[in-house]
Design a protein. Sequence first.
Length: 192
Amino acid sequence: MRARQRRDTDRAQGRAARVDPAPAAVRAAVLVRRGMSAQDIANAAGISVTLVRRLLRTPERRPARIARSTAEAVLGIPLPRRDQPPALGRGLTGAGPAAAVLAELAACGWPATYLAARLGTSTATVAAVRSGSRHRISVALDRRIHSLRLDLAGSTPTAQGIRTSDAARTRAWALRGRAAGPAAVPEAATRR
Protein backbone atom coordinates (compact mmCIF):
# COMPACT_ATOMS: atom_id res chain seq x y z
CA MET A 1 0.00 0.00 0.00
CA ARG A 2 2.81 2.44 0.90
CA ALA A 3 4.55 1.83 -2.43
CA ARG A 4 1.35 2.68 -4.32
CA GLN A 5 0.88 5.87 -2.27
CA ARG A 6 4.50 6.82 -2.96
CA ARG A 7 4.02 6.29 -6.72
CA ASP A 8 0.84 8.41 -6.64
CA THR A 9 2.67 11.18 -4.79
CA ASP A 10 5.56 11.04 -7.28
CA ARG A 11 3.12 11.31 -10.21
CA ALA A 12 1.32 14.25 -8.56
CA GLN A 13 4.67 16.06 -8.24
CA GLY A 14 5.53 15.33 -11.88
CA ARG A 15 8.25 12.79 -11.04
CA ALA A 16 8.47 9.52 -12.95
CA ALA A 17 7.42 6.54 -10.89
CA ARG A 18 9.95 4.32 -12.70
CA VAL A 19 13.61 5.20 -13.26
CA ASP A 20 16.79 3.87 -14.88
CA PRO A 21 18.16 0.98 -12.76
CA ALA A 22 21.86 1.64 -13.54
CA PRO A 23 22.74 3.81 -10.49
CA ALA A 24 21.05 1.38 -8.08
CA ALA A 25 22.67 -1.59 -9.85
CA VAL A 26 26.13 -0.03 -9.49
CA ARG A 27 25.50 0.65 -5.80
CA ALA A 28 24.30 -2.95 -5.25
CA ALA A 29 27.42 -4.32 -6.98
CA VAL A 30 29.67 -2.17 -4.78
CA LEU A 31 27.82 -3.36 -1.67
CA VAL A 32 28.39 -6.98 -2.74
CA ARG A 33 32.12 -6.30 -3.27
CA ARG A 34 32.24 -4.83 0.24
CA GLY A 35 30.89 -8.09 1.69
CA MET A 36 27.12 -7.77 1.71
CA SER A 37 24.94 -10.51 0.23
CA ALA A 38 21.83 -9.88 -1.85
CA GLN A 39 19.76 -10.80 1.22
CA ASP A 40 21.70 -8.32 3.37
CA ILE A 41 21.05 -5.56 0.82
CA ALA A 42 17.37 -6.46 0.66
CA ASN A 43 17.08 -6.38 4.45
CA ALA A 44 18.84 -3.00 4.68
CA ALA A 45 16.73 -1.49 1.87
CA GLY A 46 13.43 -3.01 2.96
CA ILE A 47 12.81 -4.56 -0.45
CA SER A 48 12.62 -8.14 -1.69
CA VAL A 49 15.77 -10.12 -2.38
CA THR A 50 14.38 -10.87 -5.86
CA LEU A 51 14.57 -7.17 -6.75
CA VAL A 52 18.18 -7.03 -5.56
CA ARG A 53 19.12 -10.12 -7.57
CA ARG A 54 17.55 -8.55 -10.67
CA LEU A 55 19.67 -5.44 -10.13
CA LEU A 56 22.81 -7.58 -9.85
CA ARG A 57 22.25 -9.13 -13.29
CA THR A 58 24.22 -8.04 -16.35
CA PRO A 59 22.83 -4.84 -17.95
CA GLU A 60 21.09 -6.70 -20.78
CA ARG A 61 19.30 -9.03 -18.32
CA ARG A 62 18.37 -6.38 -15.76
CA PRO A 63 14.92 -4.68 -15.86
CA ALA A 64 14.67 -1.68 -18.19
CA ARG A 65 13.09 0.47 -15.45
CA ILE A 66 12.58 0.05 -11.71
CA ALA A 67 10.37 1.80 -9.19
CA ARG A 68 11.84 5.07 -7.93
CA SER A 69 11.28 3.87 -4.35
CA THR A 70 13.37 0.74 -5.03
CA ALA A 71 16.21 2.77 -6.54
CA GLU A 72 16.19 5.25 -3.66
CA ALA A 73 16.13 2.44 -1.09
CA VAL A 74 19.23 0.79 -2.58
CA LEU A 75 21.05 4.10 -3.09
CA GLY A 76 20.33 5.00 0.54
CA ILE A 77 22.31 2.07 1.98
CA PRO A 78 25.59 3.34 3.45
CA LEU A 79 28.74 1.70 2.10
CA PRO A 80 30.58 -0.49 4.60
CA ARG A 81 34.13 0.76 5.21
CA ARG A 82 36.85 -1.11 3.32
CA ASP A 83 38.92 -1.74 6.45
CA GLN A 84 35.96 -3.02 8.49
CA PRO A 85 34.54 -6.51 8.00
CA PRO A 86 30.83 -6.45 7.18
CA ALA A 87 28.28 -7.32 9.83
CA LEU A 88 27.32 -10.96 10.10
CA GLY A 89 25.15 -11.68 7.09
CA ARG A 90 22.07 -13.83 6.74
CA GLY A 91 22.12 -14.09 2.96
CA LEU A 92 23.80 -16.52 0.59
CA THR A 93 27.18 -16.35 -1.10
CA GLY A 94 29.13 -18.43 -3.59
CA ALA A 95 30.59 -21.60 -2.09
CA GLY A 96 33.77 -21.70 -4.22
CA PRO A 97 36.19 -20.07 -1.75
CA ALA A 98 34.80 -22.12 1.16
CA ALA A 99 35.14 -25.32 -0.92
CA ALA A 100 38.81 -24.51 -1.52
CA VAL A 101 39.36 -23.99 2.22
CA LEU A 102 37.68 -27.29 3.09
CA ALA A 103 39.73 -29.12 0.44
CA GLU A 104 42.89 -27.56 1.86
CA LEU A 105 41.95 -28.67 5.38
CA ALA A 106 41.27 -32.21 4.09
CA ALA A 107 44.73 -32.24 2.48
CA CYS A 108 46.13 -31.42 5.93
CA GLY A 109 44.26 -34.41 7.40
CA TRP A 110 41.20 -32.78 9.01
CA PRO A 111 38.24 -35.22 8.66
CA ALA A 112 34.83 -33.95 7.60
CA THR A 113 33.24 -35.13 10.86
CA TYR A 114 35.65 -33.04 12.93
CA LEU A 115 35.15 -29.98 10.70
CA ALA A 116 31.37 -30.37 10.80
CA ALA A 117 31.37 -30.49 14.60
CA ARG A 118 33.51 -27.34 14.80
CA LEU A 119 31.36 -25.54 12.21
CA GLY A 120 28.05 -26.49 13.82
CA THR A 121 26.75 -28.17 10.67
CA SER A 122 26.36 -31.68 9.29
CA THR A 123 29.06 -33.85 7.77
CA ALA A 124 26.94 -34.04 4.62
CA THR A 125 26.99 -30.25 4.30
CA VAL A 126 30.79 -30.15 4.69
CA ALA A 127 31.14 -32.88 2.06
CA ALA A 128 28.73 -31.17 -0.36
CA VAL A 129 30.51 -27.82 -0.08
CA ARG A 130 33.95 -29.40 -0.34
CA SER A 131 32.99 -31.43 -3.41
CA GLY A 132 31.49 -28.45 -5.21
CA SER A 133 27.97 -29.87 -5.37
CA ARG A 134 26.70 -26.95 -3.22
CA HIS A 135 27.12 -23.75 -5.21
CA ARG A 136 25.80 -21.34 -2.58
CA ILE A 137 26.04 -21.33 1.19
CA SER A 138 25.00 -18.95 3.92
CA VAL A 139 27.26 -15.99 4.57
CA ALA A 140 27.47 -17.08 8.21
CA LEU A 141 28.72 -20.59 7.28
CA ASP A 142 31.21 -19.10 4.83
CA ARG A 143 32.64 -16.90 7.58
CA ARG A 144 32.77 -19.80 10.05
CA ILE A 145 34.72 -21.89 7.51
CA HIS A 146 37.28 -19.14 6.94
CA SER A 147 37.59 -18.53 10.70
CA LEU A 148 38.09 -22.24 11.32
CA ARG A 149 40.95 -22.32 8.83
CA LEU A 150 42.68 -19.59 10.86
CA ASP A 151 41.99 -21.43 14.13
CA LEU A 152 43.50 -24.67 12.80
CA ALA A 153 46.50 -23.05 11.11
CA GLY A 154 48.89 -23.64 14.00
CA SER A 155 47.69 -27.11 14.91
CA THR A 156 47.70 -30.66 13.59
CA PRO A 157 44.87 -33.19 13.53
CA THR A 158 46.65 -35.53 15.96
CA ALA A 159 47.20 -32.65 18.40
CA GLN A 160 43.41 -32.18 18.42
CA GLY A 161 42.75 -35.83 19.30
CA ILE A 162 42.13 -37.16 15.79
CA ARG A 163 43.57 -40.62 15.27
CA THR A 164 46.63 -40.76 13.06
CA SER A 165 44.95 -43.33 10.80
CA ASP A 166 41.91 -41.08 10.28
CA ALA A 167 44.11 -38.09 9.42
CA ALA A 168 46.17 -40.22 7.00
CA ARG A 169 43.01 -41.58 5.35
CA THR A 170 41.64 -38.04 4.94
CA ARG A 171 44.94 -36.82 3.41
CA ALA A 172 45.00 -39.78 1.00
CA TRP A 173 41.38 -39.14 0.01
CA ALA A 174 42.16 -35.43 -0.59
CA LEU A 175 45.13 -36.27 -2.80
CA ARG A 176 43.04 -38.70 -4.86
CA GLY A 177 40.31 -36.07 -5.15
CA ARG A 178 42.79 -33.46 -6.41
CA ALA A 179 44.12 -35.86 -9.02
CA ALA A 180 40.65 -36.93 -10.19
CA GLY A 181 39.00 -33.49 -10.07
CA PRO A 182 36.05 -32.16 -8.08
CA ALA A 183 33.48 -34.53 -9.56
CA ALA A 184 35.16 -37.61 -8.09
CA VAL A 185 34.39 -37.03 -4.40
CA PRO A 186 33.10 -40.29 -2.94
CA GLU A 187 30.35 -40.24 -0.32
CA ALA A 188 32.23 -42.78 1.81
CA ALA A 189 35.06 -40.32 2.35
CA THR A 190 32.79 -38.22 4.54
CA ARG A 191 31.77 -41.01 6.94
CA ARG A 192 34.55 -40.91 9.51
